[in-house]
Design a protein around this ligand. Structure first.
Ligand code: 9Z3
Length: 310
């Protein structure tokens, strides 16, 4: 009998552009494997679950993608190559510093009868320059691959493809699963073809999404270091749920966070122990991002894992 996750793949078609993304992933992993380079897969942003095949309505998962985008930058700082598997139009590394109108506010337009030119305001150069340096270095050294998804099904297909190419990287591969993945979905066979009529209360039957951590850890990348995130809104269940995930899926580390305090506090949960990372008032006022500390801690345990001491 096909497992729950196998059935998901057999009933949900590949996303458009899938083959092209596989080629990008293959080339990226092969080129970094040659240099014995560590590669991190950062997943980021929320998945959508369509309610209609011709989708007008969908159920979205909470996540703007800041955790993933900031972490991807800090992994680059730590020398990792990064596959950034993110929700289309969510927050992405580098440009996150100039979201919305900020970028336009940094520009000056000069115009005369003959020419139009654009330059950066002198007081913005100090902010832009170090980010531009990092971005350009990552581009030149081919250190960051951007792949995007929208629906839960896109995410499933692309995550499995990432694992297929990361398998050869062995213990140098790190999976950092920060995306907010829906727990419920409408199976393709039960989904309405057209926009749900609004002349009555719709009956929508959601089913449980298969847990991909099962095949990830046991089949797809059995030698990689796998870190998942756990999001809760009830503090009293955070540690027990995170510990439960470690026991159930047998991966190495769960990072627990609460919806309203996720920017300043997380809990690292491993088998048999847990510890908290909390920003101090001073760190917060100095603009320290918790992802910087999370990534340093994750890199340190990944190193131990590679050395066989974790
Ligand atoms: C997280 O817990 C992330 O830290 C956040 C980041 C989504 C809270 P933002 O994008 O937020 O920076 O605003 N991600 C995992 C969420 C999730 O769906 N986890 C599943 C669960 O909790 C397990 S994989 O059951």
């Amino acid at each position: 009998m096909a497992s729950h996750w196998e059935e998901f793949y057999s009933t949900n078609p590949q996303p458009v552009n899938f083959e092209n993304n596989c080629t990008l992933l293959k080339n990226f992993c092969e080129s970094h494997k040659k240099n014995n380079q560590r590669i991190v897969l950062v997943t980021s942003g929320g998945t959508t679950v369509p309610l209609e095949h011709n989708t007008v309505r969908f159920v979205d998962n909470f996540s703007g993608g800041l955790r993933g985008a900031a972490s991807a930058e800090y992994f680059l700082d730590q020398g990792y190559s990064v596959i950034f598997l993110h929700r289309f139009n969510s927050i992405i590394p580098f440009t996150r510093h100039f979201n919305h109108l900020k970028m336009l506010d940094m520009l000056v337009l000069q115009k005369n009868e003959k020419n139009v030119s654009i330059s950066i305001k002198p007081d913005s150069v100090d902010m832009l320059a170090p980010i531009l340096v990092k971005y350009q270095r990552a581009q030149e050294d081919n250190k960051m691959l951007y792949i995007n998804f929208t629906t839960l099904s896109d995410y499933f297909w692309l995550l499995r493809a990432c694992c297929e190419y990361l398998k050869d990287i062995g213990a140098n591969a790190l999976l950092y699963l920060a995306a907010a993945v829906s727990d419920f979905f409408v199976p393709s066979s039960q989904m309405a073809t057209h926009k749900l009529p609004s002349d009555g209360v719709p009956e929508i039957h959601l089913q449980l999404v298969p847990k991909l951590l099962v095949p990830i850890v046991s089949l797809w990348v059995p030698h990689a270091f796998v870190v998942s995130f756990k999001l809760e809104t009830d503090e009293s269940v955070l540690i027990s749920k995170a510990t439960g995930a470690i026991k159930k899926y047998k991966h190495k580390l769960v990072i627990g966070n609460m919806l309203h305090t996720r920017r300043t506090r997380v809990v690292f949960v491993t088998e048999g122990s847990n510890y908290e990372i909390k920003l101090t008032e001073e760190q917060i006022s100095n603009g320290v991002e918790i992802e910087n500390i999370i990534v340093k801690n994750v890199v340190s345990v990944h190193t131990k894992f590679i050395e066989g001491t974790f």
